[in-house]
Design a protein around this ligand. Structure first.
Ligand code: F6R
Length: 365
């Protein structure tokens, strides 16, 4: 069942390189410079003409949605808004026939997400789904969609479904860009970057024992802060959610630049701070954020790019991951954070596959 792993969660984390291949199979055509997404093919023109895209989801799927916003705006230049499904459905949103609403759900059964989808349909919007469970209610009620093909996810904390959702959003963003906002060469380059992700992910998984050691150092912490910028900001939110869910340690994720607008007041030697500090356009800024934490005696666990020497001078622990483009980074930076929360939780004796108070599929509001 667990394929030799102690928990489903660990098995599912380690399955990610294979899952990534499965999500892309037959869809990513690097040499041809195109993406083939059968489930939305007939709707692609309408999607490209959308006045606006609104993404609705809950929890981890909502975090994937935030990355989707960055990807679609970045590549396809279509305005995107991301909403919690529970807020969208009750706030009388401005939605019409020119809008596209994308709902993201691993289970395809989340009550709030389903209600958001029905509300959007009623207002005449085109509704598209990104689901993992084939034939689920949300998959059936959307007009078109893309399956994540991550396989059954048993662990309550979502891991491989998240990376699969982000890959789908990356492919979607490129499909929406084709012939509009991206050149053939850029397309091939972006697809090439994507196809290297499973290999990078496998390399990151080799860091498991290093991450377990770090976890041992911090397992008794009562609070954690997670910081990231740009594409890594939603990953900071996701890292904090994973830790809360399965270890019951209070954790918050923040866009790093927001730290000085409040959370910096919390920082002292008892507040470990996880900083995603990979090399991209905000790298220098994130280095100063680490300095700000250090000068207040905060302990920093950093995720940095291979070959980096700056971060090591500032952070107490550094987890090095392969370098890739900013748009690819969330697929890589989330993996060490999944492992960190897994190990902290198991070292605390928590039941990671069945955390208290949580259900795999939230079919009530
Ligand atoms: C987090 C987690 C939840 C779900 C959320 C949405 O690890 O599992 O936050 O992501 O309940 O579920 P789906 O994607 O099934 O709609």
């Amino acid at each position: 069942e667990k394929g030799g792993y102690e928990h489903f969660m660990l098995k599912e984390i380690f399955e990610q390189p294979d899952v990534m291949h499965d999500v892309m199979r037959g869809r990513v055509r690097t040499e041809e410079g195109r993406v083939v997404l059968g489930g939305i093919e007939d709707y692609l023109d309408r999607l490209k003409q959308a006045r606006r895209i609104v993404i609705c989801a809950c929890g981890t799927s909502w975090h994937a949605g935030l990355i989707g916003e960055y990807l679609i705006e970045d590549f396809a230049r279509i305005p995107v808004e991301v909403d919690y499904a529970s807020e969208f459905r009750y706030r009388n949103p401005i939605i019409g026939p020119d809008d596209v609403v994308i709902v993201i759900s691993q289970s395809g059964e989340t009550a709030d997400t389903l209600a958001a989808l029905r509300a959007a349909k009623e207002k005449g919007a085109m509704v598209m789904g990104i689901c993992n469970v084939v034939g689920s209610t949300i998959a059936r009620e959307t007009m078109c969609g893309i399956y994540t093909h991550a396989g059954p996810e048993v662990g309550v904390a979502s891991t491989k479904a998240f990376t699969a959702q982000v890959i789908v959003l990356y492919m979607l963003a490129l499909a929406l860009s084709k012939g509009r906002t991206i050149s053939h060469d850029e397309m091939r380059l972006s697809l090439k970057e994507l196809s290297k992700v499973p290999e990078h992910a496998a390399k990151i998984l080799e860091l498991d024992s290093q991450i377990q050691q770090i976890a041992d150092d911090y397992k008794d912490a009562r609070n954690f802060l997670y910081l990231g910028r740009g594409y890594n900001f939603p990953v900071a939110l996701e890292g904090a959610l994973k830790l809360k869910e399965i270890s019951y340690i209070h954790a918050e994720g923040y866009p790093a630049a927001e730290m000085k607008h409040g959370p910096i007041a919390l920082i002292d030697e008892d507040m470990p701070v996880v900083v995603i500090a990979t090399r991209d356009s905000s790298y220098q800024k994130i280095l100063s954020n680490i300095e700000e934490v250090r000068s207040r005696k905060g302990r920093v666990i950093a995720i940095a790019s291979e070959g980096d020497t700056e971060v090591a001078r500032l952070a107490e622990h550094v987890i090095y991951i392969p370098q890739a483009s900013a748009q690819i980074m969330p697929l890589l930076t989330v993996i060490p954070l999944q492992l960190l929360s897994y190990h902290i939780a198991t070292l605390r004796g928590c039941n990671v596959d069945r955390p208290r108070n949580l259900a795999k599929s939230v079919t009530v509001e």
